[in-house]
Design a binder for this molecule. Structure first.
Ligand code: KG4
Ligand code: ZN
Length: 334
């Protein structure tokens, strides 16, 4: 049987990415142009700037991916693209590039949900074992997703306010750290101890939803109250306390869902999966258990197009197609 080659395009936020995946799981090319440097001085992603960078980068990144995989467009079986959710102006660049390529080369166009992509980053690492539970923790999302088979997604819990990564970035800002703040807080947390009592939002009994805005406000208030008293709280202890609170909730809710849904595998996805504290807390929670825990390498946790092409491969096999009317959908449900 001929190898299947899927070209994936991802432009939902601040990375312009194109990848080519062979037979769903093998990375033939994975190119990511990050815009972090351009957004840093604004302390966050500026949508207008993101769109402009995508326009400038998309063709260059595409050419680079084809070169890396050493293939031509003629050899590609389908084009998968992130349809949503994300920044509308950013998504539009990828969607239009995908449509133009599909039209010019007469290739099938496969729409992909960004979170499905994040989850499928794990398929690039290992076989998926169903039923599985995915803990998706990124700058824009915090979700627990149950999957009973390939291409089936059931959101069993999600954040009611801030995403975990968003809380990290906002707390980092209060502590005068650069954007994105997650890695800085993570590093600082390991130098301190969780000496400050911060809230944990468990929500109603049995709920797998999350809430991080109360925690974020508690950190901000703690800093401001200390300032008013003319004191300073050691930032490493504040970081450690904040991180402990986030991890406690993420790990406990994951474990509860694992028990209720009797899954075989837990996969972790999104930028916050890079967090050292979270990784070791999950590893400890699952050590000696029969449940397989998968955490992708850092480069596949943050936004990339390899994950979009991998998910696209499954959608392609399922017969999912989009026409030339495909539009960006910033609020798309999985
Ligand atoms: O998945 P991602 O690249 O983009 C979105 O789809 O949102 O995630 C980016 C988020 C940022 O909020 C960043 O601060 C966070 O992931 N992040 C981390 C770490 N590395 C990245 N958060 C906590 N600890 C880290 N080590
Ligand atoms: Zn993402």
């Amino acid at each position: 049987k001929k190898d299947q080659l899927i070209l994936g395009i991802e432009t939902s936020c601040d990375e312009t990415a194109v990848a080519i995946i062979k037979n769903g799981q093998e990375i033939a090319a994975n190119v990511v142009a990050s815009q972090i440097e351009s957004h840093k001085r604004f302390g966050g992603v500026v949508p207008e700037i993101a769109s402009r960078h995508h326009v400038e980068q998309i063709t260059i990144v595409l050419e680079e991916a084809l070169k890396q995989a050493n293939v031509t467009m003629a050899e590609i079986d389908a084009i998968a693209v992130t349809e949503g959710p994300g920044l509308v102006g950013a998504l539009l660049i990828g969607v239009n590039a995908a449509k133009a390529l599909a039209f010019a080369h007469q290739k099938p166009l496969v729409p992909v949900h960004h979170i499905a992509g994040h989850i499928y980053a794990n398929w690039l690492v290992t076989e998926l074992q169903f039923p599985l539970l995915a803990l998706v923790v990124s700058g824009g999302h915090t979700e627990l997703v149950y999957m009973k088979e390939h291409g089936h997604f059931e959101v069993i819990g999600e954040t009611r306010d801030d995403a975990a990564g968003e809380a990290y970035d906002k707390v980092a800002r209060v502590l005068n750290m650069p954007y994105p703040g997650g890695p800085h807080i993570d590093r600082l947390a390991h130098e301190g101890s969780p000496t400050i009592d911060l809230p944990r939002a468990w929500l109603e009994d049995g709920s797998y939803d999350f809430s991080f805005s109360g925690l974020k406000s508690a950190v901000i208030n703690t800093v401001h109250n200390a300032e008013q008293r003319g004191e300073t709280i050691p930032p490493e202890n504040l970081a450690a306390s904040f991180q402990a609170s986030v991890i406690d909730v993420l790990v406990k809710k994951t474990m509860d869902a694992v028990a209720e849904y009797r899954v075989k595998q837990v996969v972790v996805a999104g930028g916050v999966a890079a967090n050292k504290g979270l990784r070791s807390a999950l590893e400890e929670a699952f050590s000696g258990s029969e449940i397989d825990l998968v955490i992708p390498p850092l480069s596949l946790c943050t936004d990339n197009a390899a994950m979009i092409a991998a998910a696209g491969s499954v959608m392609f096999e399922k017969g999912i197609r989009a026409g030339m009317t495909l539009n960006a959908n910033p609020g798309l449900d999985i």
